[in-house]
Design a protein. Structure first.
Length: 340
């Protein structure tokens, strides 16, 4: 009985001398992820949200009542609207900490303009455009001048909050009742802010998944230099993203002022952290290049459900602050695990 052996494959060396002998090593096929990892990457937070719903529906009385569900959705309407555009900022590799201040400033400005002019349309336009101008300012500093997005928007957060107090140092009651329809009106038993949030989810989901703008945003966040060399106008794209972020925050501020029937310069403090937490919980990567609209929706609902349960259980506000911070840390850990 004879045995066969694998003969060595000669590989020539550079320069003089004999060829060296080496055995060819076949390249192993790429390792496919296990079903658990694949399930977590594709539907992990959806399963977490489903489990959360099951637990709270069993142990928290009246959670599934229609009255409470409407209140939950209304409570996250502002976060949901702004999360749609924060998703694009994070997907492009940036962040915007000024959105809470924009909400406050736009609401106060809209209230003052409505009272001075008597026109609801002019008041809404003033609030939304003011937010857009702040966003464009942030975009120019970050994309055109190359300043750090975190520090730049932290500075603009302080500036814009100060502008809100300059416009009015106290809450401004709105005299025109027609303005309130934007915040407390309803259709088919559902409040207007909820419909606005749902419309934003659909519109920005299409913008992300079905347009060149969305694909370019993910490309820039995934590899800035490769996107630039591929011909994407990165500076213009980032300015557009931050302008869109400002417009969305401005509109959310106007809706919130209509809901409160007044513009308040102290409102929306810490809102930016809730928005970022919702996006990261929903799978948007802090390093850029990864985002899904469905994930953001799930992240917003998780944030809303946790806050709603704490309210139903009459937990003291200090514990709500602690829980919000823990959620943000959990979101960061989840993002880190995804990157690994």
């Amino acid at each position: 009985m004879s045995t066969t052996t694998q003969s060595p494959t000669p590989r020539p060396t550079t320069g003089t001398g004999a060829a060296t002998l080496d055995y060819a090593t076949p390249t192993p096929p790429p390792r496919r992820p296990g079903w658990v990892r694949s399930l977590w990457e594709n539907s992990g937070m959806i399963l977490v949200f489903a489990l959360l719903l099951i637990i709270v529906s069993i142990f928290v009385p009246n959670f599934l009542s229609w009255f409470n569900i409407r209140g939950l959705l209304l409570s996250v309407a502002t976060i949901g609207i702004i999360s749609c555009t924060m998703m694009f900022c994070l997907a492009a590799g940036d962040v915007d900490l000024s959105v809470g201040s924009i909400v406050a400033m736009s609401g106060v400005l809209a209230a003052v303009v409505v009272n001075e002019t008597g026109s609801v349309i002019i008041g809404i336009a003033a609030g939304v455009l003011a937010g857009g101008l702040v966003g464009a300012f942030n975009g120019l500093l970050i994309a055109w001048l190359g300043l750090n997005a975190l520090i730049t928007t932290l500075a603009s957060m302080q500036i814009v909050r100060g502008l809100a107090f300059v416009i009015s140092s106290i809450a401004v009651g709105i005299a025109n009742a027609d303005f309130f329809a934007l915040g407390i009106g309803s259709a088919m038993g559902v409040q207007t802010p909820i419909w606005i949030m749902l419309a934003c989810f659909v519109a920005f989901g299409i913008l992300l998944n079905r347009t060149v703008f969305g694909r370019n945003t993910l490309a820039v966040g995934g590899n800035y230099e490769a996107a630039r060399l591929a011909g994407i106008r990165v500076v213009g794209l980032k300015v557009m993203i931050f302008t869109l972020q400002g417009l969305a925050a401005g509109f959310a501020g106007v809706v919130l002022a209509a809901r409160f029937t007044s513009g308040q310069p102290t409102t929306a403090a810490g809102l930016e952290l809730q928005v970022i937490s919702a996006c990261v919980l929903g799978g948007v990567s802090l390093s850029g290049g990864v985002a899904t609209m469905l994930g953001v929706v799930v992240g917003v609902l998780i944030m809303g459900t946790v806050n709603n349960v704490m309210s139903l259980m009459n937990l003291d506000f200090k514990y709500q602050y602690i829980t919000s911070g823990c959620i943000l840390i959990a979101a960061l850990l989840i993002d880190k695990l995804r990157q690994r």
